[in-house]
Design a protein around this ligand. Structure first.
Ligand code: 13P
Length: 260
């Protein structure tokens, strides 16, 4: 299994005024000079994207949006398209987050259209998948994830697959303080990689970046990143403060170096 430099993304969700977002991004950029072994991505709300972009301009920290709509333009009040995100300076876009699936009725088919739209505009998708607690209790985790992967990646060719990051976020671990144990997360990540290998071959599946998300904190990031198939994190709550986000990144880098 290829050991990859940690990919650490902060999903700020519906938090941060523009001024707060600029402050947080500035602090992270400053610290990132000592964190060059990690790929760091920040996902502010739409309103702060272009101002945060200015803060990121000279560094290696990358910008992500939290959602998009699949059409390029038109009468879709309230929506934002992939070309608009590209224009705002986004390298990445989070797609199919469980909060969007849960509160905004997003389906695998819609997620699939969004993945295609992002790729078409040269914005890399961070495709989120994950099971609910009820699904886990019914022993359906692997089936749910297989369905989400299949549905989300329907019709995506191998060449495009290389540009996609997958994020496994068990719904029961998001914002609850209940992290999946490293063993639980690894079991699922290895299933995801096997599933990807069936569609795209072993080589591309090994190169795929698979993130874990759900109550990632400085205290658990070393153990999680130490697992063979965990390539980094999609961090919610702990990404809202520079100190904890940077500490998570440091711990991930330490685990990466020890994994080598
Ligand atoms: P928390 O880290 O707050 O659990 O959120 C995880 C998440 O949903 C990131 O996208």
């Amino acid at each position: 299994m290829a050991n990859k430099p940690p990919f650490i993304a902060g999903n700020w969700k519906m938090h941060m005024t523009i001024a707060e977002a600029k402050n947080l991004a500035t602090a992270i950029v400053k610290a990132s000079a000592d964190l060059l072994e990690a790929e760091i991505v920040l996902a502010p709300p739409f309103t702060a994207l272009s101002e945060v972009k200015k803060v990121l301009e000279d560094g290696s920290v990358q910008l992500a949006a939290q959602n998009l709509f699949w059409e390029e333009k038109g009468a879709f009040t309230g929506e934002v398209s992939a070309p608009m995100l590209k224009d705002a300076g986004c390298q990445y876009v989070i797609i199919g987050h469980s909060e969007r699936r849960q509160y905004f009725g997003e389906s695998d088919a819609g997620v699939n259209k969004k993945v295609s739209a992002a790729l078409k505009s040269g914005v890399f998708p961070i495709l989120c998948i994950g099971e609910s607690l009820a699904e886990r209790d019914r022993d359906e985790t692997m089936d749910i994830l297989s369905r989400q992967i299949q549905g989300g990646l329907e019709g995506i060719a191998a060449g495009d697959f290389k540009s996609i990051v997958v994020a496994y976020e068990p719904v029961w671990a998001i914002g609850t303080g209940k992290t999946a144990t490293p063993g639980q997360a690894e079991e699922v990540h290895s299933h995801i990689r096997e599933k990807l290998a069936l569609s795209y071959g072993i080589g591309p599946a090994e190169c795929a970046i698979i993130l874990y998300g759900g109550s990632v904190k400085p205290a658990n990031s070393f153990a999680l990143q130490s697992e063979k198939n965990i390539d980094g994190f999609l961090v919610g709550g702990a990404s809202l403060e520079a100190e904890s986000f940077i500490q998570i990144t440091r711990e991930a880098i330490r685990a990466y170096k020890e994994k080598k």
